[in-house]
Design a protein around this ligand. Structure first.
Ligand code: NAI
Ligand code: SF4
Length: 441
């Protein structure tokens, strides 16, 4: 059974409230941290090996150490709670059930970074959660863990919750900062990174909800103990939101040493695929990472088991970077149609493109149009090459990663499931009434 660090008390009745959270040992890590210097805490975070849980997997301690500290300029911590990646709902779970874990993590992180005013930017669709967070903030303040002169240390910290308007692009850190400043959420060119020029041009650290919550157990058990959990550069525990064709959708805390096969089929996690259907493919880390066919998902190209961690999900020649992504694990069984699925994603990215860069604004629209045509049985064989060409022209040619995120699913679908695209084109009548999956199994 995986070790639980973040969700260990999630089942405790009333854990959402300060009194219960405190009874379970809550704010003990903050008390411990306030007896340390910011430099000592930063060292613990570095030693822990914690990598950003929003999707990119960038080392948190390193990001914190990049924070510029010009004399007299305020610094900020901004928590990215704009969780909008299709298939991802782990941060929602944390904020809804364990709001004080996030507040405690923010308090410790704000102390390290020297942020006296910190923010939580939350996606608009999570309309009921800001009230939960604001209530927890008030409780923490009343107990002396927020506000002025916290625990008599002379450190002041206020936390504000800002609701987003429901745009996917506002989860991109620089678009988020623009939105927080009251402007349209258009991504900025990087560099400069927010650590140097962020909110109101001040040095800013933007971290995901889960990354900040993980600071609490790191201080509790020490960075060295945290680093012993997991494997390689995949230290600690990771929350995975699992959905799609599985018996037990939900949020799971894993220690990154389990195999993908165990995660899908064991009763402790997804509990297998309903109705004895076969596994066709999976998107292991939210829709921004490419789809992986079953044969590559369960085993590496060398025949080794595939593990649920940053390293094992990164090799095999089917992806650049890490496939852990945002931890949104979407399972597709044999009945699913990859063309239809890819078209749905293309429609999403076209709708969510901010429109600043031509390859993304135009390319996402063209990919959606071509995919729709093929899916309806109105495509030609050369459309597959055209689709390939369009996605190639987007990748790497845009301001922010939304362009790449729109291109990769299309590239992976063509690379691994070209036969399904061809079937739609060769069988126009059939493809109007059935999908590839149902027609073949
Ligand atoms: P990134 O790799 O550009 O940056 C990662 C983080 O490291 C950023 O905070 C960046 O400011 C910082 N950083 C990198 N190099 C730095 C340097 N030299 N100096 C200072 N700071 C530096 O990736 P990004 O754009 O933050 O995230 C992309 C990922 O987000 C995708 O891979 C996708 O998985 C994920 N994503 C997650 C969503 C969600 O709902 N959780 C939604 C959409 C995408
Ligand atoms: Fe906007 Fe797309 Fe360019 Fe990102 S890649 S800045 S979403 S147009």
């Amino acid at each position: 059974m995986s070790k639980k660090l973040l969700l260990k008390d999630a089942h405790v009745e009333g854990i959402r409230y300060f009194e219960t959270y405190r009874k379970q040992g809550g704010y003990g890590a903050a008390e411990k941290a306030f007896k340390m210097t910011p430099e000592e805490i930063l060292e613990e975070v570095k030693v822990s090996g914690l990598r950003g849980r929003g999707g990119a997997g960038f080392p948190t301690g390193m990001k914190w150490s990049f924070l510029a500290k010009p004399e007299g300029v305020p610094r900020h911590l901004v928590v990215n709670a704009d969780e909008s990646e299709p298939g991802t709902f782990k941060d929602r779970y944390l904020m809804e059930y364990l709001p004080h874990l996030l507040i405690e993590g923010m308090l410790i992180s704000s102390f390290v970074l020297g942020s006296n005013v910190s923010y939580i930017y939350i996606r608009g669709e999570y309309s009921w959660i800001p009230d939960i967070l604001e209530e927890a903030i008030e409780e923490a303040k009343a107990a002396g863990f927020l506000g002025k002169n916290i625990l008599g240390t002379g450190f002041d910290c206020e936390i504000y919750v800002q609701r987003g308007g429901g745009a996917y692009i506002c989860g991109e850190e620089t678009a988020l900062l623009e939105s927080l400043e009251g402007k349209r959420g258009n991504p900025r060119l990087k560099p400069p990174f927010p650590a140097v020029k962020g909110l109101w041009e001040r040095p800013t650290v933007v971290n995901n909800v889960e990354s900040i919550a993980a600071i609490v157990p790191i201080i509790d058990i020490t960075g060295a103990e945290y680093a012993k959990i997991g494997v390689g550069r995949s230290t600690g525990t990771k929350l995975i939101s699992a959905c799609g064709n599985i018996n037990k959708p939900g949020v799971y805390e894993i220690d990154m040493t389990i195999t993908v096969e165990e995660f899908i089929y064991s009763d402790e996690y997804c509990g297998g695929i309903p109705n004895g259907k076969k596994l066709k493919a999976c998107i292991p880390g939210g829709s921004s990472v490419p789809i992986v066919p079953a044969n590559l998902l369960l085993k590496t190209v060398n025949g080794e088991p595939r593990y649920m961690n940053y390293e094992s999900l990164a090799d095999g020649g089917f992806a650049t970077g890490t496939m852990m992504g945002s931890g949104g694990f979407i399972v597709l069984d044999e009945d699913q149609c990859i063309v239809e699925h890819t078209m749905t994603l293309a429609r999403f990215y076209h709708h969510e493109s901010c429109g600043q860069c031509t390859p993304c604004r135009e390319g996402t629209g063209w990919m959606h149009k071509i995919l729709k045509k093929i899916e309806k049985g109105e495509g030609k064989m050369e459309d597959i090459d055209l689709l390939w060409d369009v996605q190639r022209k987007i990748e790497g040619n845009t301001i922010c990663p939304l362009g790449d995120a729109a291109a990769w699913p299309v590239a992976a679908a063509i690379r691994h499931f070209r036969d399904e695209f061809e079937w739609h084109i060769k069988n126009p009548e059939l493809s109007q009434t059935q999908n590839y999956g149902l027609a073949h199994y």
